[in-house]
Design a protein around this ligand. Sequence first.
Ligand SMILES: *Cc1c(COP(=O)(O)O)cnc(C)c1O
Length: 479
Amino acid sequence: MKDSSFREGDAKTAIFGSNAMLHPAPVDVIPDGPTTPEIAYQMVKDETYAQTQPRLNLATFVTTWMDDYATKLMNEAININYIDETEYPRIAVMNAKCINIMANLWNSPEQAQWKAGALAIGSSEACMLGGVAAWLRWREKRLAQGKPVDKPNFVISAGFQVVWEKFAQLWQIEMRQVPLTQEHITLDPQDALNMCDENTICIVPIQGVTWTGLNDDVEALDAALDAYNAKTGYDIPIHVDAASGGFILPFLKPEVKWDFRLKWVLSISTSGHKYGLVYPGLGWVVWKDKKYLPGSMSFSVNYLGANITQVGLNFSRPAAQILGQYYQFIRLGFQGYKEVQQNSLAIADYLHAEIAKFAPFQNYSKEVVNPLFIWYLKPEYAKTAKWTLYDLQDKLKQSGWMVPAYTLPDNLENWVVMRIVVRQGFSRDMADQLLGDISNAIADLEKLEYPTPTRIAQDKQQPVKGSVFTHTGSPKSTK
Ligand SMILES: *Cc1c(COP(=O)(O)O)cnc(C)c1O
């Protein structure tokens, strides 16, 4: 007998017996009517079903594992908007406590109880805020001197992350790039100073260069800049982009001076969602002292039930990440962070040593300074190989790994490299599984009778400067 209350797609219908599963998911137009939550859930879930497991993604720097309590806390806070400070005043306080903790990890000299800093969606927003503050301070000073302010610039190595290109474009501030070369694989202080002038708003060294995993020498830069500023009468400051390094150096290399201990470092940005060990999106920027955060960057609104002052590009933003960050600080403490970062570094070190044992491979740098490194095909091997690292990337993808191959920035763009980023959630045993898969992949690739399409494409290109690494067919994936 027909059930008179039956409607297609209602809760009585098996998900995979429903009409909805016979139709494509909407692409252009919102569906006419509702469906059940079970069906909607299944369709959305299944669209991402075939993707790689986040923890096998060795391309990303961003957190892919947190413990169950952190996950629970963050899920429970998913409906909280950070900006509603009047409704959730404790979250604003918790945010300020996180900024204090980071300022102190970076050796802030500020005496005030609440340090000057801001919450951000990631390092991108944090870098923008640091950059804008430097620009506004420079403007203010120039205007007071009656000097023109129409040609600001900043100086950074060619190993910059794409956010700095956005900063340059969106605020129309000229980006002056210090080339990276085989001799200078990080920012060369003297080369950087040679690019400075009265219109330079800041120099931006990087701790944990996205392309190579290396650190610019901020202490050497600061010393050279101090002499330069004394000689020229300028007061060009440093903003440190410590997206990765900001949460590595304080724990693993506390003796290295790269932070507020240095005279000209006035602001530092980092990604809470990278080695800060919190799920995305979370970033932080801290200024050495309140006086370096221009008042014109703070905006007040009065319609939330009180007068709220905030610094940031976004207005509404999730609060859950603040709870996640504060939880990690309490849960791990200094010692816990040190152990987690130490393990990541030790596993990166292990992989680095094992990668060097494969006949085709050569590591880019001898040392692993952050838990990530790059390698390339030995020139003599690459000359006769029928495959490239892009083929290896494809092979590893079949086992679920994402290990990106890409070309280095300008000047080194002939170098095709491969990168591994080790994060919390990647164990020694997983490293061994990966090495096994790399070994099998190489064995397969070496059996090839004919060169692969990427290898053929490479041969068709003009060899530049005698290099055999030429390949520009792939986007510069750095994330
Ligand atoms: C990741 C990264 C950024 C951008 O950070 P998001 O947190 O992804 O916005 C900026 N600079 C460097 C050096 C990075 O590694």
